[in-house]
Ligand binder design. Structure first.
Ligand code: PLA
Length: 429
């Protein structure tokens, strides 16, 4: 009886409320005022590519590695690691908030080099997170909470999602000059002037290697000067390491910049991704790493990173982390992986050369040498939005509107087709 009475009282509530609020007509959604979001500038290109029925279509938008047949690749080391993992018959329990320990160790070893003093001294905080993007986002949340009012400086141009990641966390961001279109090189003077002018305590996002979209990295001397500048001006370097192994084909060489900063006594934040170098795009494997001055700071920061991650996604996924840990921590697989990475970087390098030569023969009046000067997955062609539209609408070559092409999606068979389309677009638009 009592229970029934309580239930009646409870159910009376909403009915009374419903009577008090005028009932809306069912014709429209309550979300009728929500505006349509624009397609993502990069992933939207893949959507458009899938929708195209043109038999010649070519997807040079997203930076995802393809083989000579333009098919996605699962690395042989990944298959081997998976079969080892499956044979262990592991469970699907939650990981801890900070992630798989073997993975966390592997990831820091990859970044700093195994046995680095910072690791031995326990002053590295690391949380496994949702690939590069999720790791950047956890970093952005940390900045929003513990570096209140700090401005984040992004290179102009940069990977388009950086603005969303920091902006959505309510972190103010500004650009520093980076690319010099005239020289198709680094505007080092502009970059250092802008960073000199940044208020102390600002954050500087730096691409660890293979800058996206320009393919232009600072030289060793320039990296040293940037490190000194960060130190003098008390700026916090935040490295986005999404392409370790893809710039030179060598994991250690590609970690030069963050290692140098640590050597020079700077504290750094790093977002690491295994999407590209292990081809684990859809598994969402990465980490947010903080290399700090002492163990106590590392312990406190880790506790707060966990607090932030807990509310964002609770704990990270298991499968990809097991694969990465298996590959990096196993001597044989690690060596084999390096070979496969050199193979991927080498194929991109080769089509770069082929594209440059083809363009030089079709349009000798123009200097195309920038194509092989740029490194990593992309070429920043300098094509204007109108020229890009011609590439896509007339030639079914899908690419981002900033003029970037992913050479990871090009093969020798398509080089000439691409070169013809570029020449047509440059000449006629
Ligand atoms: N940082 C940079 C500089 C990137 O280029 C990318 C991916 C990421 C982080 C994040 O990748 P992850 O979350 O998979 O680790 N950039 C791609 C894909 C390859 C994308 O836009 O998401 C690109 O085409 O630019």
């Amino acid at each position: 009886m009592q229970l029934q009475a309580r239930m009646q009282v409870r159910s009376a509530g909403p009915r009374r409320a419903a009577a008090a609020v005028p009932v809306r007509a069912m014709a429209g959604s309550r979300f009728a005022d929500v505006a349509q979001a624009p397609p993502d500038p990069i992933l939207g290109v893949s959507e458009a590519f899938r929708a195209s029925t043109d038999p010649n279509k070519l997807n040079l938008g997203v930076g995802a590695y393809r083989d000579e047949q333009l098919k996605p690749v699962v690395l042989s080391v990944v298959k081997k690691a998976e079969s080892k993992i499956f044979s262990r018959n592991e469970n699907k329990e939650y990981l801890t908030i900070e992630g798989l320990d073997a993975f966390r160790k592997a990831t820091v070893d990859l970044l700093l080099g195994a046995g680095h003093p910072a690791i031995k001294e326990g002053r590295v905080a690391v949380v496994q997170s949702l690939s590069g993007t999720g790791s950047l986002r956890v970093g952005a949340a940390f900045i929003a909470r513990f570096m209140k009012g700090a401005t984040v400086y992004l290179s102009n141009p940069t990977w388009g999602n950086h603005r969303n990641i920091f902006g959505d966390e309510g972190v103010e961001w500004k650009y520093y000059r980076y690319f010099d279109a005239d020289t198709v090189g680094l505007d080092f003077k502009g970059m250092t002037e802008d960073l000199q002018a940044a208020p102390p305590g600002s954050v500087v996002v730096l691409h660890g290697c293979a800058h996206n979209p320009t393919g232009i990295d600072p030289t060793k001397e320039q990296w040293a000067a940037i490190a000194d500048l960060c130190k003098e001006r008390n700026l916090m370097p935040f490295f986005d390491v999404a392409y370790q192994g893809f710039a030179t084909g060598d994991l250690d060489k590609d970690a030069y910049a963050p290692r140098l900063f640590v050597e020079r006594g700077l504290e750094i934040m790093v977002a690491q991704s295994y999407s590209k170098n292990l081809g684990l795009y859809g598994e969402r494997v990465g980490a947010l790493v903080m290399v700090l001055s002492d163990k106590e700071a590392a312990s406190r920061c880790l506790s707060q990173l966990k607090r932030l991650a807990r509310a964002l996604y609770s704990n990270p996924p298991t499968h990809g982390a097991r694969i990465a840990a298996e590959v990096v921590n196993d001597k044989e697989l690690f060596e084999e992986w390096k070979g496969e990475m050199r193979g991927m970087a080498g194929r991109i390098e080769r089509v770069r050369g082929e594209l440059q030569r083809s363009l030089e023969s079709k349009y000798p009046a123009k200097d195309w040498s920038f194509i092989t000067k740029q490194i990593g997955m992309f070429s920043f062609t300098g094509l204007t939005p109108a020229q890009v539209d011609n590439m896509t609408n007339k030639h079914a070559i899908f690419m981002t509107r900033d003029g970037r092409i992913s050479l990871a999606g090009l093969n020798s068979a398509k080089v000439e087709y691409l070169a013809d389309a570029i020449v047509d677009s440059v000449r006629n638009h």
